[in-house]
Design a protein around this ligand. Structure first.
Ligand SMILES: Cc1cc2nc3c(=O)[nH]c(=O)nc-3n(C[C@H](O)[C@H](O)[C@H](O)COP(=O)(O)OP(=O)(O)OC[C@H]3O[C@@H](n4cnc5c(N)ncnc54)[C@H](O)[C@@H]3O)c2cc1C
Length: 428
């Protein structure tokens, strides 16, 4: 077996790993970037990069100026009522996201990391080297033993690094599973559809139809299953019925060609159940469970956490794990705690969920909430200028923070945060 030594081993070159490797390499670190796939590779996704993702890419000097701009979004309730969520420019993000196939986006990010100096390796990362909970490297299936001062687990929702280092409590994780396919039909507005599989019995998730870069549609359905991963397969069984629902709503052309190949993937949401960093192992992106539990976005958080982990390692090598956990807590925890608690409370209560979806999309109610709703559930409060949407989103966040603090999810955050979050000196 060959052996190699680096400052940092980054496992996985999705948006999280690529941005971590790019940041580290630009700051002069010797970085190995390992992925089991050869690039370009596909990834199940709705293919939308949100406004925060666009802002981060532009700060990183990569930029994403092509692909259709995605602004307002339509939400369709269980009874067919429609609410248009407006997009508006923030102080720290633009008024739009963009659609780009993941095969292309991830290839660009991977290439940028290599151009910055990261060393690519192709192979599956498996067994840890050194003590299990504090490995100083991993075996790669190409036969290389890669050792490093730090390991960044960027290997997605079902992360091997997280499992091998004991950083995940599978019984506490909020899992989701989603399937997407492509249809040859233009889409006017990206649309999210709340669905009742029978009257007053809400499906615990949502479906979508988003525009693609080539003028077609990305259509999919995602289910939230809490810790019960065996329920993920329901999505494949229900997708045809959901496509019928889209046709009945007039959102999918009856004449459109049959959907193409389906691709599915797990989502790990709301940070619950995962310790994001310990010792010299740092988890980023889906491996850290950063997907938004209310609307499934994860690319922006993946890239943001990749940059944060890299900066923690370079700026505070003596206590990188604590520095990184503090950065995650400051940026993502307030919203994730609320969203995770809300999801934990509603999944498994189909009537309550149906009532909430009907109320939120009721005529008058939806329209008056739309601005604040868009800010809140896209986690855009920090960076939204003063005004009615901000006031509403801030009120939801205040009430949600207080209420979720009493929930089992809130208590998990209090226990998991630990004292180190408050003890890391800002410059230390
Ligand atoms: C159907 C679906 C639709 C979605 N839609 C959207 C959307 O529209 N917008 C959005 O923002 N988010 C969306 N998400 C979430 C988004 O896809 C993820 O949050 C995002 O991909 C996370 O990036 P990542 O880098 O953490 O992980 P990934 O993108 O999953 O990358 C992980 C990488 O690690 C590699 N890897 C895994 N295991 C190993 C191993 N053992 N050894 C070596 N390499 C390994 C994989 O090959 C992969 O390249 C969606 C998710 C799903 C499933």
């Amino acid at each position: 077996m060959g052996a190699a030594r680096f400052d940092v081993l980054v496992v996985g070159s999705g948006p999280a790993g690529a941005l971590a490797a790019l940041t580290l390499a630009r700051r002069g670190a010797r970085v190995a970037l390992v992925d089991r796939a050869r690039f370009p590779r596909d990834k199940a996704c709705g293919d939308l990069v949100g406004p925060r993702g666009i802002a981060l890419l532009s700060r990183s000097g990569i930029g994403l100026e092509d692909g259709p701009a995605v602004g307002d979004m339509l939400v369709v309730g269980p009874t067919g009522n429609r609410v248009r969520l407006p997009s508006a420019p923030g102080l720290t993000y633009p008024d739009h996201g963009r659609s780009l196939p993941r095969s292309e986006l991830d290839e660009r990010l991977h290439r940028a990391a290599l151009e910055a100096g990261a060393i690519p390796l192709t192979g599956r990362v498996g067994r840890p080297l050194g003590p299990g909970a504090r490995p100083d490297g991993f075996e790669v299936s190409d036969g290389t033993a890669v050792r490093a001062d730090f390991v960044i687990g960027a290997d997605g929702a079902t992360s091997t690094v997280a499992a091998q280092t004991g950083l995940v409590d599978p019984a506490r994780v909020l899992w989701g599973f989603a399937l997407r396919t492509y249809v040859d039909q233009p889409v006017e507005l990206p649309t999210i559809v709340a669905w009742e599989t029978r009257r007053w019995h809400a499906f615990p998730g949502y479906g979508w139809i988003f525009p693609t870069a080539d003028g077609g549609a990305n259509v999919g359905l995602g289910i939230a299953v809490r810790s019960g991963r065996e329920r993920g397969s329901e999505v494949a069984r229900l997708l045809p019925a959901f496509l019928d629902r889209l046709r009945a709503l007039g959102l999918l052309d009856r004449a459109a060609a049959q959907p193409g190949r389906r691709l599915g993937g797990w989502l790990k949401m709301g940070m619950v159940g995962t310790t994001a960093a310990s010792g010299r192992t740092l988890l980023v992106g889906d491996a850290a469970g950063l997907v938004n539990p209310l609307q499934g976005e994860g690319i922006a958080q993946a890239m943001g956490s990749g940059v944060a982990a890299a900066e923690a390692i370079v700026d505070a090598p003596g206590h990188a794990a604590a520095r990184y956990r503090a950065a995650l807590a400051a940026t993502y925890l307030p919203y994730q705690q609320i969203a995770a608690a809300a999801q934990g409370a509603l999944v498994g209560r189909p009537v309550a969920l149906a009532a909430l979806a009907r109320l939120a999309t009721a005529p008058g109610v939806g329209r008056s909430l739309a601005g604040g709703w868009a800010v809140f559930w896209n986690d855009l409060l920090d960076g939204t200028p003063p005004g009615r949407p901000r006031t509403l989103a801030a009120a939801l966040t205040g009430v949600g923070g207080w209420a979720s603090g009493w929930s089992p999810t809130g208590r998990w955050f209090q226990d998991a945060s630990g004292p180190d979050l408050n003890q890391v000196p800002p410059g230390g």
